[in-house]
Write a protein that binds this ligand. Structure first.
Ligand SMILES: [Zn+2]
Ligand SMILES: [Zn+2]
Length: 434
């Protein structure tokens, strides 16, 4: 992210030609293992009053299934859909229509700059020694990331593990943060955002599409990030989404203060002292607090959580700090997964994606176009929308751009036919969702 000049390298034509490096095969014994424009300049106080009233009447909760059904109708363009009530359709129509009307909860989490090496092989013994870490800190991946592995081993899937099919990579050519997030949100390999100084994105995003027709102040589509710059690529034309980026950024951020606890957490982060990296960077623990509370209290249909501390520590060449940030992120991942499992038990169609915006250079500290090996990332997915379990092999090279098309399938949005669009990850979805 912004703490290191390596995020802003001059890009040569030579590195621009690098598309999908094939990382060297490895042994895997451990593996068997607004900038967005605010269109509603309301104050948090009025929002709180409004939502207290809604909470008392229950109006907002009752109305939501119908709003969602209307949105599903619009995106599917089904004949007669608009005049029919959801129950009527569910009783007599196809499974696809029933699924379209079903409530969804999709959560995407990114751990900025976290390498596939730690995710799949655990703590790097050489790096640990070079950084004077105690030998007992050198642990396999399952001990480093117990919650992530509870998902993979129990009810989810990992894609891109060495020895299991083709890798998943950022498309680059600059393997930097904003281009990675732009690819993730748009589902395109070409996004108009080539470095961290890009001014925005040239393609629509799933955040825009999923939030169309919703009330941003309700936070039904939400993004919460530690690094403030991510807000720039959440949408092309503005979204009806609630974004809280960094300690003070993001449009419709008041949506996170709909209840007293949400308001407290938002204010706590606003008033926190400057920590890592960018001046407005928000500590991951506070970012995660806001996101987890929002998921539990308001069950948004889409939530993005962008954690940034691992990359900050890596740029400081602090391997111990990087590992500690990774462990903290894993704990929060467990909380989010537990909430999604609870929602799934209630009939919500759930999907959890955990990934990274880019990998790292072999030397650990840097990443970018000058380090083609930093293209490689990883993906863990779980939830009732998926059939994939354990270590899943991709039939061909996958990209960050394939995640948004997978979200589109799950949310029954129209497929993106652009030539730069990714493809749904059918090895995770199985066939029953189509
Ligand atoms: Zn970085
Ligand atoms: Zn990054």
């Amino acid at each position: 992210m912004m703490s290191d000049v390596a995020e802003y390298p001059a890009v040569t034509d030579a590195v621009r030609t690098v598309r999908s490096p094939a990382p060297a095969a490895r042994k895997f014994s451990s593996l068997v293992t607004d900038s967005l424009r605010s269109r509603h300049a309301r104050r948090a106080g009025s929002i709180l009053v409004k939502n207290r009233v809604e909470a008392d009447t229950g109006g907002s909760r009752v109305g939501r299934p119908f709003q969602r059904f209307a949105l599903a109708c619009a995106t599917f363009a089904l004949a007669n859909c608009i005049v029919a009530a959801p129950k009527e359709h569910a009783d007599k129509s196809s499974g696809a229509v029933r699924a379209a009307a079903q409530t969804v909860a999709i959560v995407v989490i990114t751990l900025d700059g976290v390498r596939w090496q730690e995710v799949f092989e655990g703590v790097d013994a050489k790096l640990a020694a070079a950084h004077d870490l105690a030998p007992e800190q050198v642990v396999p991946a399952r001990r480093l990331l117990p919650n992530l592995y509870a998902i993979i081993d129990g009810h989810g899937a990992a894609l891109g593990a060495p020895g299991y099919g083709a890798p998943i990579s950022a498309s680059g050519p600059n393997f930097l943060s904003l281009p990675g997030y732009a690819e993730l949100f748009s589902g395109r390999t070409v996004t108009g955002c080539d470095d961290n100084q890009c001014r925005g994105i040239s393609a629509h995003t799933i955040i825009e599409e999923l939030s169309a027709g919703t009330h941003a102040d309700a936070g039904e589509v939400a993004a919460v990030t530690s690094w403030p710059e991510i807000a720039k690529v959440t949408s092309y034309a503005g979204a009806d989404a609630a974004v809280s980026s960094g300690r003070h950024g993001g449009s419709h951020r008041e949506a996170f203060a709909r209840d007293a606890e949400g308001a407290r957490l938002l204010a706590l982060a606003e008033n926190a002292p400057h920590g890592l990296g960018d001046p407005d960077f928000r500590a991951d623990s506070l970012t995660a607090d806001i996101a987890i509370h929002h998921l539990k209290a308001h069950a948004p249909r889409f939530l993005f959580l962008g954690l940034g501390e691992p990359d900050e520590f890596a740029h400081m060449n602090d391997y111990g700090g990087y590992l500690a940030a990774l462990r903290r992120a894993d704990a929060r991942l467990g909380e989010l997964d537990a909430e999604l499992q609870r929602l799934a038990q209630r009939g919500t169609r759930t999907a959890l994606f955990v990934t990274a915006d880019h990998g790292r250079a072999d030397g650990f500290v840097n990443h970018g176009g000058a380090y083609p090996e930093s293209a490689r990332v990883w993906l863990v997915a779980a939830g009732s929308a998926f059939q994939g379990r354990g270590f899943v092999a991709a039939p061909s090279g996958r990209r960050l751009a394939d995640i948004a098309p997978t979200v589109r399938e799950i949310a029954h949005l129209k497929r993106d036919s652009d030539r730069a669009a990714g493809v749904p990850l059918m090895e995770l979805l199985g066939t029953s969702t189509l």
